[in-house]
Design a protein around this ligand. Sequence first.
Ligand SMILES: NC(=O)c1ccc[n+]([C@@H]2O[C@H](COP(=O)([O-])OP(=O)(O)OC[C@H]3O[C@@H](n4cnc5c(N)ncnc54)[C@H](OP(=O)(O)O)[C@@H]3O)[C@@H](O)[C@H]2O)c1
Length: 290
Amino acid sequence: MQTFNDTYTLSNGIEIPCMGFGTYNAKGGDNLAINKTAIEAGYRYFDTASLYETERVLGQAIRESGIPRKDFFIVSKLWIDERGYQEAKDAFERTLERLQMDYLDLYLIHWPRGTEGDVDWKEKDLDTWRAMEELQAAGRIRGLGLSNFLPHHLENILENCKEKPLVDQLEIHPGYTQEAAVRYCQEHDIRVQAWSPLGRSAMLENPILKPFAEKYGKSVAQICLRFLLQKGIIPLVKSSSMERMKQNQDIFDFEITKEDMYILNNMPQNTWLGEHPDFAIPKKRSNFEQ
Ligand SMILES: NC(=O)c1ccc[n+]([C@@H]2O[C@H](COP(=O)([O-])OP(=O)(O)OC[C@H]3O[C@@H](n4cnc5c(N)ncnc54)[C@H](OP(=O)(O)O)[C@@H]3O)[C@@H](O)[C@H]2O)c1
């Protein structure tokens, strides 16, 4: 990837921008302004989800930009309690209604399983996937993907699907590289995307990363994002200021050496940001309708 506007080709042939803008935790009063600023800063790939309650305002920002819908790459996700055949179809309609759009570029299952009681999660994921495949066949989604699926969750889909997952969105940043899941995805031609690429800003004060920022004359945030780019992983970064949005795009004029990449790949590992797909109880959506 040489510039911010470069794209990867996913396994079904569609082009995906090499960086995206995250909309989690941006549902407050200024969220419309944040999304408009992100569009002005040049972002065209936006990551949302029914859980985030940002679909409605993202759709509004895009409409009011006057830029054609086809120039954007819009990804949304259905939440744990929206899994199931009919549930997924209904969730998709709600998402499109909130976005006021007639198709999605990618639609993802946000989380592979629910709490301990979710014993039939494999079946539920497959029913969900079947509904998503039908929506894609009807021309309403350009591609299908997953989020927080580890190899044992992915295998369930891969062994039973008609349409292969194109992406898997995982928490990844220096200090949390999820090597096993990333390797599995790469072996199966599934493009990895990184959520919380800055560790939700927890990595910015990391004492191991600071000297790298000094060495390359960049910020710690830029080191984190460049690290992901060099690994072929798509960072989905969120910011609320034009200055930081621009800074996060300015990662194409330097290269982290092979030796430094090894060091960054092998930092002491942090845990998930408290949200493990098998071992933590995920949040509930607060509001179906936003
Ligand atoms: N699939 C999933 O389960 C999942 C889970 C979590 C997140 N996500 C996606 O991933 C996206 C990004 O993750 P995230 O929002 O949790 O965390 P993040 O992008 O790692 O970090 C965002 C935080 O970093 C700050 N920041 C951004 N750029 C900066 C810079 N250059 N210098 C200093 N600080 C900077 C932001 O502050 P300011 O806003 O003040 O700039 C914000 O507090 C989400 O928005 C969402 O779309 C997906």
